[in-house]
Design a protein around this ligand. Structure first.
Ligand SMILES: Cc1ncc(COP(=O)(O)O)c(C=O)c1O
Length: 459
């Protein structure tokens, strides 16, 4: 931006920067009183509960947890309106990858809040839109053929744009090859791709999605079987397949991961048959030890379309030159709030600094956290925390007997004891963690004590 512009003056204003620094310092100073989990304050329980009930009544469905945040947080810790502090291992289902009140996120957000508009659109973007798009392309371009990016406001909408790009490219083909236990989002079409009847009760099925089984590590023939199913589908619907859409590691479906060799035969076959490959990285983005799980798994060359969201603070669809949709196909009023676009950029810049790679912070957190779960499973919680694993910051474990009832009961007991996380899968029902990338070994010790106490309470 030219220095002649008033926008540059705002951008470079020392006065604004020093005021922002003052605000950040004050916020950090207040938040530094949050040091670890604590119980609700008896004087606040009633008013907090009334507020929680009100939100439930307004929504027509109660909140899953008695949770309303106060706006104060410190790293993995967050303060609730009942005065309690929880260690947050779910982070808004994967949004706050740097935890609560990270100074760099605060700083970027405050700076963006001084701009002339709250939300940027695809017709009139400001620089935050351009910077975030460029950053994504720089990261994506390292190990893939992805050349363009379209920003939007959610993972589901990024999926809609991805599917439209694939269908237009393969027009008039409509069928989608997806996977068993897939999750793709909440729009009508993404619910169709999602393989979980309890998330689409009463919705019609349009018959446009076919599925191959995801990898089963207990079945030595798993790769063979999925590939055979894949070829059968292609033979049945030849000429009418718009894309192969899959999560490189399944999230909601049970934190199922697979080795590279599982995907390659299907991906090679897609190339042979001209079927666009869409990697849904809405949940995996930034988490598996590389920015993209296709890098962790080493198949970036095959990817034609990739969707990301969550940690990005907005959604984005990345595509190759060939898959670039014609004008008119994708757009939308909103691209994202200025603050969200700037915070997404700040998060990516921070994560470039020592978090990725085999020796990066994410891999260390993974090893320490999974090690802690295994230690409990072999020790005081013998056999009650099975099959801990996943990739990077996505970790799951099967608690107790693996039933839905026990998993939900454990979530509530963990919450009461100061740890917040969530479930996934549909048999076994798993406890899943979307760990913040700022977790340290002291925090993991805090988690250990709460998990141990909670599991033993229900054993
Ligand atoms: C793999 C995957 N795809 C798509 C979505 C939908 O994203 P959003 O909830 O932002 O619409 C999710 C959300 O959990 C997801 O995990």
């Amino acid at each position: 931006m030219s220095n002649e512009l008033l926008g540059a003056k705002l951008d470079q204003s020392k006065e604004i920067d020093s005021k922002i620094d003052q605000i950040v310092n004050e916020v950090m100073s207040v938040n530094s009183h949050i040091k670890g989990p604590s119980a609700p304050k008896s004087s606040l329980i009633e008013s907090a509960q009334a507020h929680i009930d009100k939100v439930g009544t307004n929504r027509g469905r109660p909140l899953f947890y008695p949770y309303i945040g106060t706006g104060a947080g410190n790293g993995p810790y967050v303060e609730l309106e009942d005065g309690s502090v929880k260690i947050d291992l779910i982070n808004g289902i994967g949004i706050h990858v740097l935890g609560h009140s990270h100074p760099k996120i605060l700083q970027a957000s405050l700076k963006a809040a001084t701009s002339d508009i709250v939300i940027q659109g695809n017709l009139q973007p400001n620089k935050e839109y351009s910077l975030l798009g460029q950053k994504l392309l720089d990261l994506a371009g390292k190990n893939s053929r992805l050349k363009h990016v379209w920003l939007t406001t959610s993972g589901s909408m990024s999926g809609e744009n991805a599917l439209k790009a694939c269908r237009q490219y393969k027009s008039p083909a409509k069928m989608i090859i997806s996977m068993k236990n897939a999750f793709a989002g909440r729009s009508t079409m993404m619910a169709e791709i999602t393989d979980n009847p309890s998330l689409k009760q009463g919705l019609p099925s349009y018959g446009e999605v076919t599925r191959v089984p995801f990898y089963d590590k207990n079945d030595p023939k798993s790769t063979e079987k999925s590939f055979a199913a894949f070829k059968e589908i292609v033979a049945k619907h030849e000429g009418d397949i718009s894309c192969f859409c899959f999560e490189p590691m399944q999230g909601e479906g049970g934190y199922n991961s697979a080795p590279r060799e599982f995907f390659i035969p299907m991906l090679d076959f897609c190339k042979e048959k001209g079927i666009p490959v869409w990697a849904d990285e809405v949940q995996t983005f930034c988490r598996t030890g590389e920015f993209f799980a296709y890098e962790t798994l080493g198949f970036g060359d095959y990817v034609d379309v990739c969707t990301v969201a969550k940690t990005l603070q907005v959604g984005a669809t990345l595509y190759t030159d060939e898959l670039n949709p014609k004008p008119g196909l994708v757009s939308g009023t909103f691209a994202g709030a200025s603050v969200a676009l700037a915070a997404g950029h700040a998060a990516l810049s921070e994560l470039e600094d020592g978090y990725m790679g085999a020796n990066g912070k994410i891999q260390k957190i993974h090893d320490d956290f999974v090690g802690m779960l295994n230690e409990l499973n072999q020790g005081s919680c013998r056999g009650l925390l099975q099959d801990a694993g996943g990739l990077g910051l996505m970790v799951a474990v099967t608690p107790l007997d693996g039933s839905r009832e026990k998993m939900i009961a454990l979530l509530k007991v963990l919450f009461k004891n100061g740890l917040m996380t969530f479930g996934c899968g549909k048999g076994p029902f798993r406890l899943r963690f979307l760990l913040p990338a700022i977790l340290n070994s002291k925090d993991i010790q805090v988690c250990k004590e709460i998990i141990e106490k909670s599991v033993l309470e229900l054993a």
